[in-house]
Design a protein around this ligand. Structure first.
Ligand code: UT7
Length: 331
């Protein structure tokens, strides 16, 4: 029991078809392709249909991961979903996904850790597996950021996109071990990135809607500074814990908020540019889904990748890092 290893068996991802370019945004708010590109690195982002909810995006990613896992759906014993754009405040988005996938009677839960959500969720799944409570868990990070974005606010609307990624985590199969991790949160900063209204603190009223308080509010520069600091510190801590040298990391998978944040963190860590995974240019910031979509691309495209260092930060502020290590293929 103490020797169980939690591994990623398979992954899947889904990006909505519709693409919103910087040029498109120029006709919506007072911005320019040049400003968005130089300040964030973003060129395009995917936007879900109005009829698609977060669970729909999650289901499309999960179906691919399940198909590739070779497991029967009855073998999945729990669903964990990382999201800050749930279908409803309750029930959990994981419950909606259970229904749509027809995975009846297994436990379902959501994790609200914003952009660090996928790292939190993978760690939770790995610990549940290592405790031998479960054998196979479906982990999803799905976000419909377009639903909580104020399309009249140029300081935020140019940044976000929609998408979903999923992984099957198991003690039985797989060759990518969920290894050492470090997670934390600095709740002194709950007010620099949030949605002020619509929860129990400030329930939605006509007035809150008029004041657009049901959309994302962000103090960009404060978030930026803390993002660099906490991503770097989290990565350093997890490297130390794992005993891996930075040269042994052949892929850095950072949260994709801003290319300038990623460059600053990579530079401080001394990670070569060619070893950094990026999707921010094409997908914008998809919150927790940035990492889940990223992990799916890495594992599908870079078959020889050995050690992946995931690192993220998000509203809360939450932060964390996780090492994924290739182990000898089993049966
Ligand atoms: O997943 C976590 C999510 N959040 C983040 O990671 C955010 C981290 N922060 C950032 O990425 C950056 O702070 C931003 C990209 C949000 C902003 O970049 P910045 O270099 O910090 O710009 P700023 O907020 O200091 O704004 C500079 C100027 C301002 O004009 P003034 O006051 O100097 O005249 C803004 O009004 O740029 C203006 N501005 C824009 N101009 C054109 C803000 N948004 C836009 C825009 N287009 N979209």
């Amino acid at each position: 029991m103490g020797n169980l290893i939690a591994k990623i068996v398979s992954t899947g991802a889904y990006l909505p078809e519709k693409i919103l370019s910087n040029k498109d945004l120029e006709s919506m708010v007072d911005t320019s392709d040049e400003w968005i590109t130089t300040r964030t690195g973003i060129k395009t982002r995917h936007i879900a249909e109005s009829t698609q909810s977060t669970s729909d995006l999650g289901v499309l990613a999960a179906k691919k991961a399940l198909e590739r896992s070779g497991l029967k759906k009855e073998e999945i014993q729990a669903i964990i979903v990382a999201t800050i754009t749930p279908d409803m405040l309750f029930p959990s988005t994981a419950c909606f996904i259970q229904k749509k996938l027809g995975l009846m009677h297994i436990p379902c839960m959501d994790i609200s850790a914003a952009c660090t959500g996928y790292i939190y969720a993978l760690i939770l799944a790995s610990q549940l597996i290592k405790s031998s409570a479960f054998k196979n868990i479906l982990v999803i990070a799905a976000e419909k950021m377009s639903a909580i974005t104020d399309w009249q606010d140029r300081s935020t609307c140019v940044r976000f996109g929609d998408g979903a990624g999923a992984a099957v985590v198991s003690s039985q199969r797989g060759d990518m071990e969920i290894g050492e991790f470090f997670i934390g949160a600095d709740a002194r900063f709950t007010d620099i990135l949030n949605i002020p209204a619509g929860g129990s603190f400030c329930p939605a009223t006509e007035d809150t809607v008029k004041k657009r308080l049901h959309y994302i509010k962000m103090t960009g520069q404060e978030v930026f500074k803390n993002a660099v600091r906490y991503m770097y510190e989290s990565a350093e801590k997890v490297l130390k814990k794992s005993g891996l040298r930075v040269e042994e990391i052949d892929c850095l998978l950072p949260h994709q908020a801003n290319i300038r944040i990623i460059s600053a963190v990579a530079k401080r860590l001394n990670i070569k540019e060619e070893n950094i995974y990026l999707n921010v240019q094409k997908c914008g910031n998809m919150s927790a889904a940035s990492s889940s979509v990223g992990l799916d691309s890495i594992l599908s495209e870079k078959k020889d990748v050995k050690n992946i260092l995931m690192v993220a930060f998000g509203a809360g502020l939450t932060y964390g890092a996780l090492i994924l290590k290739r182990i000898n293929r089993e049966k």
